[in-house]
Design a protein around this ligand. Structure first.
Ligand code: F0G
Length: 482
């Protein structure tokens, strides 16, 4: 059920919560923003948060917590071994997913490390709908290879497919027929991050999971972005509107061998977890936890985060709570699309995604990193920190050649329950201004390029003087406004 407005043409996203703790923001003047983004190597990861007005870098670990989470944190039971906090978390996982076995890890990529160490050997492949940066880095680090099987339509920037994250089942079957022996595991990513937070349907997931069962192939679900994906299953997939969220989660967990997630996203907390219905899998993976993470009852997590995770998982069962991310994202996407800004459509989870190639009308070649350039330009335009999700986020091939991204995206994450509607409107306004001045934006080139996960620490410089032209135009249009 949604709240309808009496006098509004379009549905307005309504906050179903109120703000009780606030953090003061600072918006540096535009001249200062140019200096700061260059100090940060034109890499939004390297900006200081104090210099950021709207932090839309990620939804990871920055979602607002509920009063119930905060109060749960107060009763955390701090013990190296056998804490009550861990027992409560196990209970929550059993209740919410139906999984009796749980291994803790300090965050999502730590789960990926464990799975890669345990199951991936040189020459093996991991088919998946689409890769995620850290999952791929761990698989390739131990000599494995990622094979992407998302449907072709999933990579089209704009269409009306409700589930762009779906597997191409025919290609999956063909691959299984040809290389079954080489498959370490099949990874299903819910809320497919790098193609724009696009969901995967329940029926597609179950088809993949059933195929895995029939063929005796290990199946792994990355449920980090499951929360938004659940919302889309409920609202977009025929037959699921009235199915309780908990039933959907139980069905998934029963059909999969392993589920892992970053609870920086799922559960509005910090940390990570690997869960399973199968004791043998639990035993296979158990030894890696004390080795890399911490003792089996905390796994590198802080007990208060574990309490917040338990409560956060229960909140994931509440449609009113999990709708807050997607409806604000949709409002932002709709406003920008109405203005003509090329966005990934339909709106997905996690955030709004600008199609940087189309935004810049193909003027900036991949080797000058259009999505990175747009990220830098948007910080200059509005003190807004987005994240490049394009070729900078790819890694070079083993022979050193560039691997250009299928899509050059600027991601504007919408951390859940953090921004008000007026802040979302400010963001849309600055993107619109940038769009009207898109011919001023130029490319970037490397100053320092790290070998692994280069998007985190890499430093780039503008090619030419385009950033100063942008500042001049900003002053012309906005006068002495921040
Ligand atoms: N899987 C997915 C689908 C993710 O989106 C992330 C993190 C991870 C795994 C790794 O989890 O960060 O806890 O180690 N995504 C963040 C993002 C970093 O900004 O999209 P982590």
């Amino acid at each position: 059920m949604t709240v309808k407005f009496y006098k509004q043409d379009q549905q307005v996203p309504l906050e179903m919560h109120k703000v009780r703790i606030v953090q003061k923001l600072w918006l540096p003047p535009v001249e200062e923003r140019v200096r700061l983004i260059n100090e940060a190597g034109n890499n939004t990861f390297l900006l200081q948060n104090k210099d950021v007005f709207m932090d839309m870098l990620t939804d990871s670990g920055v979602n607002a917590m509920s009063d119930l989470q905060q109060s749960a944190m107060l009763r955390a039971d701090d013990a190296y071994a056998g804490s009550e906090t861990c027992n409560r978390l196990k209970e929550a996982l059993l209740d919410v997913f139906g999984t009796p076995y749980f291994l803790p890890a300090h965050q999502g990529r730590a789960c990926e490390n464990i799975l890669a160490e345990a199951y991936v050997k040189p020459g093996m492949i991991c088919p998946m709908n689409f890769h995620f940066t850290t999952a791929k880095a761990h698989i390739t680090r131990v000599g494995g290879e990622v094979v992407e099987l998302v449907t072709e339509k999933g990579l089209e920037p704009v269409n009306d497919m409700p589930f762009k994250g779906n597997f191409d089942i025919d290609r999956l079957k063909k691959l299984v027929a040809e290389r079954k022996q080489d498959i370490a595991f099949i990874r299903i990513e819910t809320g497919t991050n790098l193609i724009g937070g696009q969901p995967i349907s329940m029926s597609n997931m179950l088809e993949v999971l059933n195929l895995c069962r029939r063929e005796g192939i290990r199946s792994v679900i990355d449920a980090s972005l499951l929360q938004d994906n659940l919302y889309f299953i409920k609202t977009r997939e025929p037959g699921y509107r009235d199915v309780p969220i908990k039933d959907i989660m139980h069905q998934l967990a029963a059909a999969a061998d392993i589920i892992y997630f970053s609870s920086r996203k799922l559960g509005f907390s910090r940390g990570g977890a690997i869960i399973t219905m199968h004791e043998n899998i639990y035993r296979e993976l158990m030894e890696y936890v004390p080795l890399y993470e911490g003792f089996l009852t905390y796994g590198g997590m802080e007990v208060r985060s574990m309490e917040a995770m338990s409560q956060g998982l229960y909140e994931t069962l509440d449609m009113e709570i999990i709708s807050q991310g997607p409806i604000f994202i949709e409002a932002l996407v709709r406003e920008l699309v109405d203005y003509g800004v090329p966005m990934i459509e339909p709106a997905g989870g996690l955030g709004a995604h600008i199609n940087a190639t189309a935004f810049l009308e193909g003027r900036i070649p991949s080797c000058q990193y259009p999505a990175g350039a747009l990220a830098s330009a948007l910080y200059i335009a509005g003190g807004i920190r987005g994240m490049e999700r394009g070729s900078i986020s790819e890694q070079r091939e083993p022979d050193g050649t560039e691997r250009y991204a299928a899509l050059e995206l600027l991601r504007l994450a919408v951390p859940r329950r953090v921004f008000t509607l007026s802040q979302i409107k400010y963001c849309a306004d600055r993107v619109k201004w940038l769009y009207d001045n898109r011919e001023l934006i130029g490319g970037l080139s490397w100053v320092e390029e790290p070998k692994v996960l280069r998007f985190f620490f890499g430093r780039l410089a503008p090619i030419g003087n385009w950033q100063n032209d942008l500042v001049r135009k900003f002053r012309e249009d906005f006068g002495d406004s921040l």
